[in-house]
Every structure is written in structure tokens, then in C-alpha cells.
Design a protein around this ligand. Sequence first.
Ligand code: FAD
Length: 540
Amino acid sequence: MIMQRDQMLRHLANETFDLLVIGGGITGVGVAREAARRGIRTALVEMQDFAWGTSSRSTKLIHGGLRYLRNFEFGLVRESVVERQRLLRMAPHLVHPLPFVFPVYTGDPDPLWMLKIGLMMYDWFSGKGTQIPHRMARGKAVMQWEPLLKQEGLVGAGIYQDCATDDARLTIEVLQSAVQWGAVAANYAVVTALRHDRSGKLEAVEVEDTLTRQRFAIRANRVLSACGPWADTVRRMDDPSAPSLLRLTKGVHITVPRDRLPLTNAVTMRGTDGRIMFAIPSGAFTYLGTTDTDYAGRPEDVRADRDDVEYILAAAQKNFPGQKLDFADVVSAWAGLRPLVRSQAANPSAVSRGYELFPSASGLVTIAGGKLTAFRAMASHIVDYLFPATKRAQGTAPSDNPLPGATTEPVAQETVKAISKATGEPEAEVVRVAQRYGRRFGPMWTELQTSGALSDGDPLMAWRLMQLKQAVEHEMAVRLEDVVARRTSLLLFTQDNGQRHLEALGQAMGQMLGWDATRTAAEVERCRQRVQEMFAWKNA
Ligand SMILES: Cc1cc2nc3c(=O)[nH]c(=O)nc-3n(C[C@H](O)[C@H](O)[C@H](O)COP(=O)(O)OP(=O)(O)OC[C@H]3O[C@@H](n4cnc5c(N)ncnc54)[C@H](O)[C@@H]3O)c2cc1C
């Protein structure tokens, strides 16, 4: 499937749409997909790259959110669990069941019996789906599940199932599905102003293509702002006196090599202050997080600070004392902002993860809040609200139609071994890459094998070029950073953050997109800067 940005931009400038969505995170692409499915002529613009905001910086879980039960958010948890089961069918290549061990220690805020009740509700919400029911263990019996856990004070644990995903890839696939159904979308297209008619109604949206600096206007009957942490900024383009809707809280994660924290299951652990956090095995790595602190800076400047990394390492030390993880183990770090609907709660973790719609007098509608997991249900409610007449529309396909790469056939273990041997990529990372492309992986691998590139010097480079080609030709990657950070996970899930092959990838991408030497060098430099920013806390 080809997503041609130039063609998209031409359509955006020349057509009148039923709906314009501002923001290409999971919320925006989810709404674009649902609207296009119902036959609504839909446009979407994203100021950076798709999933550049919160949607590539989450904990990457498709989950009900066990801890929200404690805040009595039963509706939110139930909806998320139902959506999790649905996503397992829609995107089995991207959404993977993962067992979670939740240990309880003497002095923890919630006793073992309370965990048991929570897990029973969790199972009940998932109905008869594919969910494996939870189990409980007492005392040292827990160590057979996760031998690295701290033993001292261990009362018992529950083991339950949730799911993990690649958030940025999920966003891209939902976008591809939207485009397949007729949506028109472009990245690096920032909304700079909203134009109103004499009566104050929204008339057009002014956009700048940040790659060429060309400006144009988009006309649409309805405009939705799905700008996550930037919701207040866009609302104030509409009404400079609009009050702030959002409370932004920062969440940081760090990654360590899997052999430094070799977990079999994900672990739901408590930080030194009793907050719930996670340690999640992922390919050849394990990542840990998250923090949850109020954030007052510009959303685009958010990054991991030394305090954040220390806090996560302290949690690791508390739960896995034998591993003695420290700064030197950290391979990557990322920081995201939760766009939570403003509340008076003193503790950020107690603020609801639900969502709300805010219509303005001009006709702009802003969506605030939400979760990655519930994007489909949320999109359905939003499109019902914006276009009530389409509520019962049959559409081109059901809204839980499988995403473009969906396959239930994983790549065979012998193939994984053979690829690992041929390319030098660790087996666990071969699995990550194969899962990323789902049913498209087979043809990609066959093409690479028959091209002869694997025997040309650097087979790992050839393997990465295969992914770059897919990103440029089919996934609207237009900057090197799009490939390194979001179409692939080289930035977060490789020991060198993708740096070893950066120059060569930049050259190859430049050839495909017609860059000159200056542009290629600038793209490579931009990626190096991202790595430096990621580790800025080391020098603090
Ligand atoms: C640390 C953390 C962990 C999380 N973990 C989970 C989890 O495990 N599971 C889960 O279900 N949820 C999780 N969430 C919540 C989930 O990630 C978010 O709810 C979701 O990603 C928000 O998506 P969004 O599309 O609303 O916002 P975003 O992804 O931020 O997208 C908004 C987009 O709007 C664009 N934009 C802004 N202004 C403009 C403009 N003027 N013109 C054009 N475009 C513009 C931005 O560039 C951005 O890409 C987590 C959140 C955080 C912060």
C-alpha cells in the first residue's frame, strides 16, 4: 500500500472535506479511520510525524489498567478490557498477550485479598474471550514465576494476562487502514491558524507544510482537534481566552538489556513511594516505568531528567535487588505527556484516564484525555457525536475489521533462527521485526534474500535497508528520524540506538527521496541530536 505525501497534500489543498482531524496520534488516526469507514470524506494533518507525540511514548500496553479499579473507574476498565480482546483479533501481529506477575509485600497499600478481588473483576470484564484466568500464589511459591523478585517480605502474588504492543506501529497501521478507506492524511503539516467567518463560525484551517514552507488552507464542514498535550494551544487559536482543559503529567521509561533483567513475565511492581510501575520484557531488552509527575513546560520539550531515571532505578533496586541496575545499564529512555482532563486531584496518578469532548462556539471540537487501548471505541463515540446521522452506517467494513498487516501465523522458529544467522540480528529482535510487518513480512524477506544484498558486506545493514524501504515506500516516512524512531525501533531497542548504520541509512533514504548532500547530513545530525537529548540526564 502506497501513501504518497505529495498527492495527499494536493487533495488537502483542493478539496472540501466533511471532517478535518488535527493531530496524527492514535486518537486522530482512530477517528479518521472510523469516519472514512462510514463514508465521511475525511482529512488529517499532523504537525510532526504520525505518532510523534504521546502515541510513541507510552508504556506500550493494551490493557484494562488494573490500578484504575482502585479509583472505582469500572466503566473505563471494562471498556479497555473489551477493546483489548478486540485488538487481539484486529491486530494479532501487533498486540501480544503477556503474563503479568503482581507481587504483594508486607506493608503494601493493598493486601493480597484485595488484589484477588481486582483480578476476579478483571477476568469477569474480559468475558469468555481468549483471556487466561488469573492465578494466585503465596510466599516463596511466587519465585517459580519470577525468581529475580525480592523475597524478603513477599506475601504472595497474582499472575494475570494483559497485552503489549508497539504504540507507534499501531498508530501507523490504523492510519493505513484509514487511508485504505479513503482518508487523506499528511505529516509535517502544522495547523498555524483557524479562520472564522463574520458570524464567528470556523471557515477554514490554515496549514503550513514544514518541509517546503508552503502554506495552504483546508476547508471542512467539521473540525476535530485531537492534539493530545497540544489541545490547549489549538483551542486558543480558536478562542484566545479559552481556559486550559489539560493537566499534563510526565511519564518516563528506561530500557536495559534483557540479560541485565531477564524476566519471563512482565512485573507489576511498586516504586519506592508505593506507586504502581511496570518492568516489561521486550525482545532483547526489558523496559521499566513509568513516572507520573506534573509537567509545566512546553510539550515538545519533554524529556527524561536525572531524577526520573534515578526514581525508576530505585524501583528496580527495590523489586530486583540482586540485579543492581544502575545508570550504565540504561540503553534508552523516553518521556511522554499524559493529556489528562484537568481535575483538582492532588496526586497525578489519581486523575481519570477517561476522555471528554469540548465543543466551542465556532464549531471546533476538542477531544481531551483517553488511552491508546480504547482508541477504537473512543473514535466510534466521537464520530457518533460529530455525525449523528451516520451512527448506524454499515460502512465499508466493520469497525473491528483486521488492520492491514493482521496475521495469526507467526514466523516459524526455524525461520527466525535462519534470519538471525544470516543478518546478525538477535533472534528476539528478529521476532520483533517480523511481528511489526505481520503478513507483509514474508514477501519483504523473500525480496531481500533474492536481491543478493545479504552477501554484500554488511548483512545487518541490508536487513535494516529492507525496513527503510518499506517505511519510505509504504508508510510515509519522509525524515530519517521517522524511520529510526517510529517506523522501526532502532532508537529505543538497539544497543547503539541505531547509530552504527545512521550514515548509510541516511544515504539510502536520500537517494530514494532525492536529497542533496546537505539535506542528508542534516537528517543524520538530527538523529544524533535525538540520541543526545535522550541521554541529556547523564550530564545533569
Ligand atoms: C507515559 C505514558 C504511558 C502511557 N501508557 C499507556 C499504555 O500503556 N496504554 C494505554 O492504553 N495508554 C497509555 N498512555 C496513554 C496514551 O499513550 C495516550 O492517551 C495516547 O497516546 C494519546 O494519543 P493522542 O492521539 O490523543 O495524542 P498524541 O499522540 O500526543 O497526538 C497528538 C498529535 O497532535 C499533533 N499536533 C499538535 N498540535 C498540532 C497542530 N497545530 N497541527 C497539527 N498537528 C498537531 C502532535 O504533533 C501529536 O502528534 C500512556 C501515556 C503516557 C504519557
